[in-house]
Design a protein. Sequence first.
Length: 130
Amino acid sequence: MKLVEVTIALLDEMILVTVIVGTLTLIAVTLNIIGLGEALVIGVVILAIIAFIAYKVVEAHKAKVKVGIETYINKKAKVVEARGRSVIIMVEGELWRAEMDAEATVSPGDTVLIVSFSDGIFKVKPLRET
């Protein structure tokens, strides 16, 4: 989910919670169950909690992926075997199937850059180290 979509969904939930809590607090004040000062304190505390939760949710969605196949994107890998555009690469000690992104040739021992992952195969491009 994109950050904008997450923020809109979060704002929607915050508005809903604020309306429900505000309505319940208004009813409690009207029925003299709590005073106006107590209602304001309760409202401020609840809004602070909601703001903290919203901050943590947005922060979590901004964080980089730390697990999964996406962590290999933009990493260097060594070519173990090359057959035309189809290659076997080693990245972080694991062997993976890959295809060359362009019409370039590589040989075992060359370094490639992982560009993307699709259908169980990495797309790589040659990395010319100088």
